[in-house]
Design a protein around this ligand. Structure first.
Ligand code: FAD
Length: 380
Protein backbone atom coordinates (compact mmCIF):
# COMPACT_ATOMS: atom_id res chain seq x y z
CA UNK A 1 0.00 0.00 0.00
CA UNK A 2 1.44 3.39 -0.93
CA UNK A 3 1.12 6.46 1.28
CA UNK A 4 -1.33 7.92 -1.21
CA UNK A 5 -3.73 4.99 -0.98
CA UNK A 6 -3.16 3.82 2.60
CA UNK A 7 -6.11 5.66 4.09
CA UNK A 8 -8.50 5.37 1.15
CA UNK A 9 -11.18 2.84 1.89
CA UNK A 10 -13.67 1.87 -0.78
CA UNK A 11 -16.80 -0.22 -0.26
CA UNK A 12 -18.30 -1.76 -3.38
CA UNK A 13 -22.08 -2.20 -3.11
CA UNK A 14 -24.59 -0.14 -1.14
CA UNK A 15 -26.78 -3.12 -0.31
CA UNK A 16 -27.43 -4.37 3.20
CA UNK A 17 -23.82 -5.16 4.13
CA UNK A 18 -22.20 -2.22 2.34
CA UNK A 19 -24.34 0.40 4.06
CA UNK A 20 -23.99 -1.10 7.53
CA UNK A 21 -20.23 -1.38 7.13
CA UNK A 22 -19.90 2.18 5.83
CA UNK A 23 -21.77 3.47 8.87
CA UNK A 24 -19.60 1.49 11.28
CA UNK A 25 -16.36 2.64 9.62
CA UNK A 26 -17.51 6.26 9.43
CA UNK A 27 -18.25 6.19 13.14
CA UNK A 28 -14.71 5.01 13.70
CA UNK A 29 -13.45 8.13 11.94
CA UNK A 30 -12.47 6.30 8.75
CA UNK A 31 -13.15 8.11 5.46
CA UNK A 32 -15.00 5.75 3.18
CA UNK A 33 -16.51 5.96 -0.30
CA UNK A 34 -19.29 3.56 -1.28
CA UNK A 35 -19.71 2.72 -4.98
CA UNK A 36 -23.12 1.39 -6.02
CA UNK A 37 -23.97 0.32 -9.55
CA UNK A 38 -27.67 1.23 -9.24
CA UNK A 39 -29.10 4.72 -9.10
CA UNK A 40 -30.12 5.72 -5.59
CA UNK A 41 -32.90 3.17 -4.80
CA UNK A 42 -34.59 5.68 -2.49
CA UNK A 43 -35.45 7.68 -5.60
CA UNK A 44 -35.51 4.92 -8.21
CA UNK A 45 -37.74 2.34 -6.50
CA UNK A 46 -36.95 -1.30 -5.73
CA UNK A 47 -35.08 -3.62 -8.05
CA UNK A 48 -37.20 -6.43 -9.45
CA UNK A 49 -36.25 -10.02 -8.94
CA UNK A 50 -35.07 -9.85 -5.31
CA UNK A 51 -37.08 -11.01 -2.33
CA UNK A 52 -39.54 -8.34 -1.18
CA UNK A 53 -39.28 -9.16 2.48
CA UNK A 54 -36.66 -10.77 4.68
CA UNK A 55 -36.82 -12.77 7.88
CA UNK A 56 -34.52 -10.89 10.25
CA UNK A 57 -33.53 -12.80 13.37
CA UNK A 58 -31.85 -11.94 16.67
CA UNK A 59 -28.44 -11.97 14.90
CA UNK A 60 -29.48 -9.29 12.44
CA UNK A 61 -31.19 -7.20 15.11
CA UNK A 62 -28.10 -7.29 17.31
CA UNK A 63 -26.10 -5.90 14.38
CA UNK A 64 -28.66 -3.19 13.64
CA UNK A 65 -28.57 -2.21 17.30
CA UNK A 66 -24.92 -1.21 16.84
CA UNK A 67 -25.96 1.61 14.49
CA UNK A 68 -29.13 2.52 16.36
CA UNK A 69 -31.52 0.96 13.85
CA UNK A 70 -32.93 -1.97 15.85
CA UNK A 71 -35.92 -0.05 17.23
CA UNK A 72 -36.78 1.47 13.86
CA UNK A 73 -36.53 -1.95 12.19
CA UNK A 74 -38.77 -3.59 14.79
CA UNK A 75 -41.37 -0.83 14.51
CA UNK A 76 -41.75 -1.70 10.84
CA UNK A 77 -41.53 -5.49 11.33
CA UNK A 78 -44.12 -8.21 11.62
CA UNK A 79 -43.06 -10.80 14.19
CA UNK A 80 -43.59 -14.44 13.21
CA UNK A 81 -43.66 -16.66 16.29
CA UNK A 82 -43.68 -19.96 14.47
CA UNK A 83 -44.29 -21.72 11.20
CA UNK A 84 -47.70 -22.64 9.89
CA UNK A 85 -47.43 -25.83 7.90
CA UNK A 86 -50.00 -26.43 5.18
CA UNK A 87 -49.89 -30.16 4.39
CA UNK A 88 -51.02 -31.56 1.05
CA UNK A 89 -54.80 -31.80 0.96
CA UNK A 90 -54.81 -35.56 0.54
CA UNK A 91 -54.22 -37.67 3.64
CA UNK A 92 -55.20 -37.41 7.24
CA UNK A 93 -53.09 -34.35 8.25
CA UNK A 94 -54.63 -31.84 5.89
CA UNK A 95 -55.34 -29.00 8.36
CA UNK A 96 -52.62 -26.34 8.72
CA UNK A 97 -50.67 -26.76 11.95
CA UNK A 98 -48.70 -24.16 13.88
CA UNK A 99 -45.22 -25.03 15.16
CA UNK A 100 -43.88 -22.46 17.62
CA UNK A 101 -40.25 -21.32 17.31
CA UNK A 102 -39.82 -21.55 21.09
CA UNK A 103 -41.21 -23.54 23.98
CA UNK A 104 -42.83 -20.51 25.65
CA UNK A 105 -43.96 -18.99 22.34
CA UNK A 106 -42.02 -15.82 23.09
CA UNK A 107 -39.39 -15.96 20.35
CA UNK A 108 -40.04 -14.64 16.88
CA UNK A 109 -38.30 -13.91 13.63
CA UNK A 110 -39.29 -10.68 11.92
CA UNK A 111 -40.66 -10.09 8.47
CA UNK A 112 -39.11 -6.83 7.24
CA UNK A 113 -39.28 -5.10 3.86
CA UNK A 114 -35.91 -5.43 2.12
CA UNK A 115 -36.34 -2.06 0.41
CA UNK A 116 -37.24 -0.22 3.63
CA UNK A 117 -34.33 -1.79 5.47
CA UNK A 118 -31.93 -0.84 2.67
CA UNK A 119 -33.29 2.72 2.64
CA UNK A 120 -32.87 3.06 6.41
CA UNK A 121 -29.31 1.78 6.13
CA UNK A 122 -28.58 4.17 3.25
CA UNK A 123 -29.91 7.08 5.33
CA UNK A 124 -27.72 6.01 8.26
CA UNK A 125 -24.62 5.76 6.05
CA UNK A 126 -25.30 9.05 4.32
CA UNK A 127 -25.69 10.94 7.58
CA UNK A 128 -22.44 9.55 9.02
CA UNK A 129 -19.52 12.01 8.75
CA UNK A 130 -16.77 10.68 6.50
CA UNK A 131 -19.07 8.47 4.37
CA UNK A 132 -19.61 9.34 0.69
CA UNK A 133 -22.16 7.45 -1.39
CA UNK A 134 -21.66 7.32 -5.16
CA UNK A 135 -24.50 5.85 -7.19
CA UNK A 136 -24.57 4.57 -10.78
CA UNK A 137 -20.92 3.51 -10.45
CA UNK A 138 -20.37 -0.06 -11.67
CA UNK A 139 -17.09 -1.35 -10.31
CA UNK A 140 -15.50 -3.85 -12.66
CA UNK A 141 -12.26 -4.63 -10.86
CA UNK A 142 -9.20 -3.46 -8.97
CA UNK A 143 -5.94 -2.70 -10.78
CA UNK A 144 -2.74 -0.83 -10.02
CA UNK A 145 -4.03 0.45 -6.66
CA UNK A 146 -7.22 1.83 -8.21
CA UNK A 147 -10.79 0.78 -8.61
CA UNK A 148 -11.95 0.19 -12.14
CA UNK A 149 -15.32 1.79 -12.79
CA UNK A 150 -16.94 0.62 -16.00
CA UNK A 151 -13.54 -0.66 -17.05
CA UNK A 152 -11.78 2.70 -16.58
CA UNK A 153 -9.30 3.55 -13.82
CA UNK A 154 -11.14 5.36 -11.02
CA UNK A 155 -10.12 6.57 -7.57
CA UNK A 156 -7.06 5.20 -5.77
CA UNK A 157 -7.92 2.71 -3.01
CA UNK A 158 -5.74 1.14 -0.35
CA UNK A 159 -8.51 -1.06 1.03
CA UNK A 160 -11.44 -2.41 -1.01
CA UNK A 161 -14.29 -4.10 0.83
CA UNK A 162 -16.39 -6.02 -1.67
CA UNK A 163 -20.04 -6.08 -0.60
CA UNK A 164 -21.27 -6.51 -4.17
CA UNK A 165 -23.32 -9.64 -3.70
CA UNK A 166 -23.30 -13.26 -4.81
CA UNK A 167 -22.04 -12.48 -8.32
CA UNK A 168 -19.36 -10.10 -7.04
CA UNK A 169 -17.53 -8.32 -9.85
CA UNK A 170 -14.60 -7.58 -7.54
CA UNK A 171 -14.22 -11.27 -6.68
CA UNK A 172 -14.61 -12.24 -10.32
CA UNK A 173 -11.98 -9.78 -11.54
CA UNK A 174 -9.16 -11.13 -9.38
CA UNK A 175 -7.43 -14.51 -9.36
CA UNK A 176 -6.74 -16.15 -6.07
CA UNK A 177 -10.12 -16.16 -4.33
CA UNK A 178 -10.52 -19.89 -5.10
CA UNK A 179 -14.19 -19.42 -5.84
CA UNK A 180 -16.77 -22.07 -6.35
CA UNK A 181 -20.43 -21.52 -7.25
CA UNK A 182 -22.85 -24.28 -6.45
CA UNK A 183 -26.22 -23.68 -8.11
CA UNK A 184 -29.24 -25.51 -6.76
CA UNK A 185 -31.37 -27.08 -9.47
CA UNK A 186 -34.28 -25.23 -7.84
CA UNK A 187 -35.20 -21.68 -8.75
CA UNK A 188 -37.74 -19.40 -7.13
CA UNK A 189 -40.63 -17.23 -8.20
CA UNK A 190 -42.43 -14.63 -6.09
CA UNK A 191 -46.22 -14.47 -5.98
CA UNK A 192 -48.61 -12.31 -3.96
CA UNK A 193 -51.55 -12.96 -1.67
CA UNK A 194 -53.23 -9.53 -1.39
CA UNK A 195 -55.09 -8.37 1.74
CA UNK A 196 -58.58 -9.80 2.21
CA UNK A 197 -60.93 -6.93 2.99
CA UNK A 198 -59.17 -4.92 5.72
CA UNK A 199 -57.20 -7.84 7.03
CA UNK A 200 -54.68 -10.53 6.23
CA UNK A 201 -55.81 -13.52 4.22
CA UNK A 202 -53.66 -15.83 6.42
CA UNK A 203 -52.42 -15.70 10.01
CA UNK A 204 -49.73 -12.93 10.01
CA UNK A 205 -48.03 -14.31 13.13
CA UNK A 206 -46.48 -17.20 11.19
CA UNK A 207 -44.12 -18.00 8.38
CA UNK A 208 -46.32 -20.18 6.18
CA UNK A 209 -44.90 -23.29 4.53
CA UNK A 210 -46.45 -25.60 1.95
CA UNK A 211 -44.07 -28.59 1.85
CA UNK A 212 -44.56 -30.55 -1.36
CA UNK A 213 -41.53 -32.83 -1.77
CA UNK A 214 -39.58 -31.54 -4.77
CA UNK A 215 -41.43 -28.22 -4.52
CA UNK A 216 -42.14 -25.91 -1.61
CA UNK A 217 -43.88 -22.59 -1.15
CA UNK A 218 -43.43 -20.16 1.73
CA UNK A 219 -45.24 -16.91 2.56
CA UNK A 220 -44.20 -13.99 4.78
CA UNK A 221 -46.54 -11.17 5.81
CA UNK A 222 -46.10 -7.52 4.76
CA UNK A 223 -47.19 -4.36 6.56
CA UNK A 224 -49.78 -3.61 3.86
CA UNK A 225 -51.49 -6.88 4.94
CA UNK A 226 -50.42 -8.77 1.85
CA UNK A 227 -48.21 -11.86 1.86
CA UNK A 228 -45.25 -12.42 -0.42
CA UNK A 229 -45.12 -16.07 -1.43
CA UNK A 230 -41.97 -17.67 -2.77
CA UNK A 231 -42.39 -20.84 -4.79
CA UNK A 232 -39.27 -23.03 -4.93
CA UNK A 233 -39.28 -25.58 -7.69
CA UNK A 234 -36.81 -27.32 -10.01
CA UNK A 235 -36.07 -24.62 -12.58
CA UNK A 236 -37.23 -26.64 -15.58
CA UNK A 237 -40.66 -27.29 -14.04
CA UNK A 238 -41.80 -23.64 -14.04
CA UNK A 239 -41.95 -23.61 -17.85
CA UNK A 240 -44.57 -26.39 -17.91
CA UNK A 241 -47.15 -23.94 -16.53
CA UNK A 242 -47.30 -21.97 -19.77
CA UNK A 243 -50.97 -20.97 -19.84
CA UNK A 244 -53.22 -19.35 -17.21
CA UNK A 245 -55.35 -22.53 -17.18
CA UNK A 246 -52.33 -24.72 -16.36
CA UNK A 247 -51.18 -22.36 -13.60
CA UNK A 248 -54.62 -22.30 -11.99
CA UNK A 249 -55.09 -26.07 -12.29
CA UNK A 250 -51.68 -26.72 -10.73
CA UNK A 251 -52.36 -24.47 -7.75
CA UNK A 252 -55.83 -25.90 -7.30
CA UNK A 253 -54.36 -29.37 -7.07
CA UNK A 254 -51.22 -28.68 -5.00
CA UNK A 255 -51.95 -25.50 -3.03
CA UNK A 256 -55.75 -25.61 -2.83
CA UNK A 257 -56.05 -23.33 0.20
CA UNK A 258 -54.21 -20.52 -1.63
CA UNK A 259 -55.78 -20.68 -5.08
CA UNK A 260 -58.75 -18.56 -4.01
CA UNK A 261 -56.48 -16.06 -2.24
CA UNK A 262 -54.47 -15.05 -5.31
CA UNK A 263 -56.72 -13.20 -7.75
CA UNK A 264 -53.80 -12.39 -10.07
CA UNK A 265 -52.02 -15.73 -9.74
CA UNK A 266 -51.70 -16.42 -13.47
CA UNK A 267 -50.57 -12.84 -14.17
CA UNK A 268 -47.99 -12.93 -11.35
CA UNK A 269 -46.76 -16.29 -12.54
CA UNK A 270 -46.30 -15.11 -16.12
CA UNK A 271 -44.71 -11.75 -15.17
CA UNK A 272 -42.35 -12.60 -12.35
CA UNK A 273 -38.90 -13.97 -13.19
CA UNK A 274 -37.45 -17.26 -11.96
CA UNK A 275 -34.50 -16.45 -9.67
CA UNK A 276 -31.45 -18.65 -9.10
CA UNK A 277 -30.30 -20.07 -5.79
CA UNK A 278 -26.56 -20.22 -5.33
CA UNK A 279 -24.10 -21.20 -2.64
CA UNK A 280 -20.76 -19.39 -3.00
CA UNK A 281 -17.75 -21.02 -1.38
CA UNK A 282 -14.40 -19.30 -1.64
CA UNK A 283 -11.15 -18.98 0.23
CA UNK A 284 -9.30 -16.80 0.96
CA UNK A 285 -11.61 -13.86 1.51
CA UNK A 286 -8.71 -11.43 1.77
CA UNK A 287 -5.83 -10.84 -0.62
CA UNK A 288 -3.35 -8.25 -1.74
CA UNK A 289 -4.02 -7.06 -5.27
CA UNK A 290 -0.97 -5.10 -6.34
CA UNK A 291 -0.82 -2.99 -3.19
CA UNK A 292 -4.57 -2.84 -2.52
CA UNK A 293 -5.98 -5.01 0.26
CA UNK A 294 -9.20 -6.58 -1.01
CA UNK A 295 -11.68 -8.37 1.27
CA UNK A 296 -14.99 -10.04 0.52
CA UNK A 297 -18.00 -9.96 2.80
CA UNK A 298 -21.69 -10.72 2.82
CA UNK A 299 -22.96 -12.65 -0.18
CA UNK A 300 -19.75 -11.86 -2.09
CA UNK A 301 -17.91 -14.11 0.37
CA UNK A 302 -20.53 -16.69 1.24
CA UNK A 303 -23.92 -16.49 -0.52
CA UNK A 304 -26.17 -19.19 0.88
CA UNK A 305 -29.54 -20.60 -0.14
CA UNK A 306 -32.39 -18.79 1.64
CA UNK A 307 -33.97 -21.76 3.48
CA UNK A 308 -32.55 -20.78 6.83
CA UNK A 309 -33.33 -17.08 6.38
CA UNK A 310 -29.82 -16.16 7.46
CA UNK A 311 -28.00 -14.62 4.46
CA UNK A 312 -28.60 -11.00 5.40
CA UNK A 313 -28.23 -11.77 9.08
CA UNK A 314 -24.79 -13.28 8.35
CA UNK A 315 -23.80 -10.36 6.14
CA UNK A 316 -24.58 -8.01 9.03
CA UNK A 317 -22.49 -10.14 11.40
CA UNK A 318 -19.51 -9.88 9.00
CA UNK A 319 -19.67 -6.08 9.30
CA UNK A 320 -19.78 -6.22 13.08
CA UNK A 321 -16.82 -8.62 13.12
CA UNK A 322 -14.71 -6.35 10.89
CA UNK A 323 -15.47 -3.42 13.17
CA UNK A 324 -14.51 -5.51 16.21
CA UNK A 325 -11.28 -6.70 14.58
CA UNK A 326 -10.30 -3.12 13.73
CA UNK A 327 -10.82 -2.22 17.37
CA UNK A 328 -8.73 -5.15 18.57
CA UNK A 329 -5.86 -4.50 16.14
CA UNK A 330 -5.66 -0.76 16.67
CA UNK A 331 -6.95 -0.09 13.13
CA UNK A 332 -4.32 -2.25 11.33
CA UNK A 333 -6.25 -3.29 8.23
CA UNK A 334 -4.02 -6.24 7.30
CA UNK A 335 -4.29 -7.84 10.73
CA UNK A 336 -7.94 -6.95 11.18
CA UNK A 337 -9.02 -8.52 7.89
CA UNK A 338 -6.99 -11.68 8.50
CA UNK A 339 -8.66 -12.03 11.90
CA UNK A 340 -12.09 -11.39 10.38
CA UNK A 341 -11.62 -14.24 7.92
CA UNK A 342 -10.30 -16.59 10.59
CA UNK A 343 -13.31 -15.98 12.85
CA UNK A 344 -16.13 -15.78 10.32
CA UNK A 345 -15.24 -18.45 7.75
CA UNK A 346 -16.02 -21.54 9.93
CA UNK A 347 -19.34 -19.99 10.98
CA UNK A 348 -20.49 -19.15 7.49
CA UNK A 349 -19.39 -22.58 6.16
CA UNK A 350 -21.56 -24.17 8.86
CA UNK A 351 -24.58 -22.01 8.13
CA UNK A 352 -24.31 -22.71 4.39
CA UNK A 353 -24.65 -26.44 5.13
CA UNK A 354 -27.48 -25.86 7.59
CA UNK A 355 -29.34 -23.80 4.98
CA UNK A 356 -29.10 -26.64 2.46
CA UNK A 357 -30.22 -29.17 5.11
CA UNK A 358 -33.13 -26.96 6.08
CA UNK A 359 -34.48 -27.13 2.54
CA UNK A 360 -34.93 -30.87 2.97
CA UNK A 361 -36.50 -30.35 6.38
CA UNK A 362 -38.89 -27.64 5.18
CA UNK A 363 -40.08 -29.33 2.03
CA UNK A 364 -40.29 -32.90 3.39
CA UNK A 365 -40.03 -33.28 7.12
CA UNK A 366 -42.03 -30.46 8.71
CA UNK A 367 -45.30 -32.04 7.66
CA UNK A 368 -44.42 -35.57 8.78
CA UNK A 369 -46.24 -36.71 11.92
CA UNK A 370 -42.96 -38.09 13.35
CA UNK A 371 -41.30 -34.70 13.05
CA UNK A 372 -44.23 -32.92 14.66
CA UNK A 373 -44.20 -35.36 17.58
CA UNK A 374 -40.45 -34.90 18.03
CA UNK A 375 -40.80 -31.13 18.14
CA UNK A 376 -43.73 -31.35 20.50
CA UNK A 377 -41.61 -33.54 22.81
CA UNK A 378 -38.75 -31.02 22.63
CA UNK A 379 -41.09 -28.27 23.73
CA UNK A 380 -42.74 -30.24 26.50
P1 FAD B 1 -26.72 -7.65 -1.72
O1 FAD B 1 -27.91 -7.43 -0.87
O2 FAD B 1 -26.84 -8.50 -2.93
O3 FAD B 1 -26.15 -6.22 -2.13
C1 FAD B 1 -25.16 -6.08 -3.12
C2 FAD B 1 -25.14 -4.63 -3.58
O4 FAD B 1 -24.04 -4.45 -4.47
C3 FAD B 1 -26.39 -4.25 -4.38
O5 FAD B 1 -26.83 -2.97 -3.97
C4 FAD B 1 -25.89 -4.24 -5.82
O6 FAD B 1 -26.62 -3.36 -6.66
C5 FAD B 1 -24.46 -3.79 -5.64
N1 FAD B 1 -23.55 -4.20 -6.71
C6 FAD B 1 -23.50 -5.40 -7.31
N2 FAD B 1 -22.53 -5.42 -8.24
C7 FAD B 1 -21.94 -4.20 -8.20
C8 FAD B 1 -20.86 -3.61 -8.93
N3 FAD B 1 -20.22 -4.28 -9.87
N4 FAD B 1 -20.50 -2.34 -8.65
C9 FAD B 1 -21.17 -1.64 -7.69
N5 FAD B 1 -22.20 -2.14 -6.98
C10 FAD B 1 -22.58 -3.41 -7.22
N6 FAD B 1 -31.53 -13.39 4.11
C11 FAD B 1 -32.03 -13.31 5.36
O7 FAD B 1 -31.28 -13.02 6.31
N7 FAD B 1 -33.36 -13.56 5.61
C12 FAD B 1 -34.23 -13.90 4.60
O8 FAD B 1 -35.42 -14.12 4.85
C13 FAD B 1 -33.73 -14.00 3.28
N8 FAD B 1 -34.55 -14.33 2.26
C14 FAD B 1 -34.05 -14.43 0.99
C15 FAD B 1 -34.90 -14.82 -0.03
C16 FAD B 1 -34.43 -14.95 -1.31
C17 FAD B 1 -35.35 -15.39 -2.40
C18 FAD B 1 -33.05 -14.68 -1.59
C19 FAD B 1 -32.49 -14.83 -2.98
C20 FAD B 1 -32.18 -14.29 -0.57
C21 FAD B 1 -32.68 -14.17 0.74
N9 FAD B 1 -31.84 -13.79 1.79
C22 FAD B 1 -32.34 -13.73 3.07
C23 FAD B 1 -30.41 -13.52 1.57
C24 FAD B 1 -30.11 -12.03 1.51
O9 FAD B 1 -30.90 -11.43 0.49
C25 FAD B 1 -28.64 -11.79 1.21
O10 FAD B 1 -27.84 -12.61 2.01
C26 FAD B 1 -28.28 -10.32 1.45
O11 FAD B 1 -28.98 -9.49 0.58
C27 FAD B 1 -26.77 -10.13 1.30
O12 FAD B 1 -26.44 -8.78 1.45
P2 FAD B 1 -25.18 -8.17 0.67
O13 FAD B 1 -25.15 -6.75 1.07
O14 FAD B 1 -24.00 -9.04 0.89
O15 FAD B 1 -25.54 -8.31 -0.88
Amino acid sequence: MTDETAERVAIVGAGLAGCLLATLLGRRGIEVTVYERRPDPRAAGPERGRSINLAVSARGLAALEQVGLRKQALERALPMHGRMVHPPSRGQHAAPNFQSYSADGGRAINSISRAELNHALLDAAESTPGVRLRFSQRVTGVEGGRLLVDGLPGDPAGVVLACDGAYSAVRGSLDGFGRDHDFLEHGYKELTIPPRGDGFALDPDALHIWPRGTAMMIALPNLDRSFTCTLFWPKGDFAALDTPERVLAHFKEHYPDTAGLMPDLAGDFARNPVGSLVTVRCRPWVRDAGGTLVALLGDAAHAIVPFFGQGANCAFEDCIEIDRCLEETGGRWDRALALYQERRKPNTDAIAEMALDNFVEMRDRVSSPVFRLTRAAQHA
